[in-house]
Design a protein around this ligand. Structure first.
Ligand SMILES: Nc1nc2c(ncn2[C@@H]2O[C@H](COP(=O)(O)OP(=O)(O)OP(=O)(O)O)[C@@H](O)[C@H]2O)c(=O)[nH]1
Ligand SMILES: [Mg+2]
Length: 451
């Protein structure tokens, strides 16, 4: 059969032994392949249990197969989805059989790339597919799903619409300059450009959520020496990860661990106690504690509630004041001597015992509530998920700002229009309306084969 477009095939589930594996095929051969392999015609968009016979007529496996008729499929082409038993030998034989019948193996990301090229999704949605596969926490999953539903694409298209309206205004004025000296309301246009600039800046600022979504909420445990910071890390992890001792200064260097709490993924960092350090090594440890604190998304400030609170002069209250967190009064199993009122932070005080597992379970719930309440990652916002999108947004911001400045001088309207066109071009690169082959390759090459 002469092929206009080739039909590509790949295993869409991970390699290895598993209950079920899914082989996907996309392209014009799907229908004839179905009829040849299963000796009957398919009902579209319905699954059937069928015997898979190779090109030589031997029985390979009992499979579940679905045929999707173009354009109502993931890629927009005719597609076959074959769920076979997850035995690498069977999978290999199915792939070989499909190739001997005229298919070729798919390139990385080719299914999603084809879906994008056939208008099934915008580029930001295609990137979300890659994200969705690798998400490690529910919070990240929510963002990827929002993106997949077209979140950022819609926000960008809306801004493009506003820019196009302004451009149309400017261009009419440029095309018919003799009509009136300056028939457009420049003040109104500048106000609109300001509003657009704000929207773009807001979107671009969401890139700061990316590390949280990818690596987890950076949560730093700080406090004076010997208050139970390492015990708290162990308590939250439910294992003896950090050394604990009654000697002040046990933790010299920071320790980092991952933990899932509710829908969140946290990177918890235990640090060296902050106090007046005498030796160089201790000072180095404390400097590292401060660096970790600066990078923190969330802070657990631990104090020993069973002792009069020591001097807190070594704490950087200016940095702490910008953070969200909780003040934990540890060792509540001992008589209470301090209630944390002297800590100059608006955070909630919670009495806990790091060695009490039910306290640790309650604390995890509290942390979760606090992360939600402080909108550490807002789940209803379209988020920029990678540096590519953020770079395009910055380009669009530059264009919009330049246009606004030029409009202040009435005669530079043609330049202002050119800047707005630049801004539109950058925005088009996010959704893929205006994207070169190179950029597409860069994006889709990061996908695994079969996606
Ligand atoms: N009674 C009681 N003792 C605790 C509690 N939490 C920690 N401790 C004890 O307090 C001491 C110090 O605990 P660590 O976890 O090493 O304290 P730290 O803050 O990490 O100390 P440095 O690393 O030296 O800064 C140890 O003897 C712990 O067993 C608690 O909730 N109750
Ligand atoms: Mg410690």
């Amino acid at each position: 059969m002469a092929l206009v477009e080739s039909t590509f095939v790949a295993l869409s589930t991970p390699w290895g032994a598993s209950g079920v594996a899914v082989v996907r095929c996309s392209g014009p051969l799907c229908l004839p392949l179905y009829e040849a392999i299963f000796s009957q015609a398919p009902g579209p968009r319905r699954t059937y249990v069928r015997i898979y016979r190779t090109i030589n007529g031997s029985v390979l496996d009992r499979v579940v197969v679905a045929y999707y008729c173009a354009p109502r499929s993931y890629t927009g082409q005719d597609m076959l989805e074959i769920s076979c038993h997850g035995n690498p030998l069977i999978i290999q034989k199915i792939l070989e059989d499909l190739c001997s019948r005229g298919c070729r193996l798919a390139e990385p990301g080719e299914f999603t790339r084809t879906a994008f090229l056939n208008g099934k999704m915008d580029l930001a949605q295609a990137e979300a597919v890659a994200d969705l596969i690798h998400c490690q926490s529910e919070a990240a999953l929510r963002t990827a799903q929002n993106q997949l539903a077209g979140g950022i694409g819609r926000a960008i298209e809306d801004i493009c619409g506003q820019l196009v309206r302004i451009l149309a205004h400017l261009e009419v004025t440029l095309d018919f300059p003799e009509e009136e000296p300056f028939p457009i309301d420049a003040t109104e246009i500048m106000a609109n450009l300001d509003a657009i600039g704000n929207q773009l800046n807001k979107l671009e600022a969401t890139i700061r959520y990316r590390p949280i979504l990818e690596f987890g909420v950076q949560t730093v445990i700080i406090g004076p020496p010997n208050v139970g910071k390492s015990s708290l890390l162990n308590g939250l992890l439910s294992r003896e990860r950090a050394l604990v001792s009654s000697i002040a200064g046990t933790t010299r260097d920071f320790l980092e661990e991952s933990i899932s709490i509710g829908t969140w993924n946290l990177r918890i960092v235990d640090t060296a106690g902050l106090h007046h350090a005498t030796d160089d090594l201790e000072q180095l440890g404390m400097r590292r504690s401060r660096e970790k604190l600066e990078a923190a998304d969330f802070v657990l400030l631990v104090l020993d509630g069973s002792r009069a609170i020591p001097s807190l002069n070594h704490f950087d209250w200016a940095i702490l004041g910008q953070k969200k967190g909780l003040v934990l009064l540890n060792k509540r199993d001992l008589p209470t001597l301090a209630d944390g009122t002297h800590v100059p932070l608006p955070w909630e005080r919670i009495s806990v015992s790091a060695i009490n597992s039910s306290d640790m379970a309650k604390l995890k719930n509290r942390i979760c509530q606090e992360l939600e309440a402080n909108r550490i990652v807002p789940n209803d916002l379209p988020c920029v998920v990678n540096m590519r999108q953020s770079g395009c947004l910055r380009g669009a911001i530059r264009g919009t700002e330049a246009a606004r400045k030029l409009l202040q001088k009435e005669q530079a309207m043609d330049l202002a229009a050119a800047e707005l066109n630049f801004a539109l071009k950058f925005l088009g690169k996010i959704t893929g309306r205006d994207t070169s082959e190179d950029v597409l390759s860069q994006i889709f090459d990061q996908f695994c084969i079969g996606k």
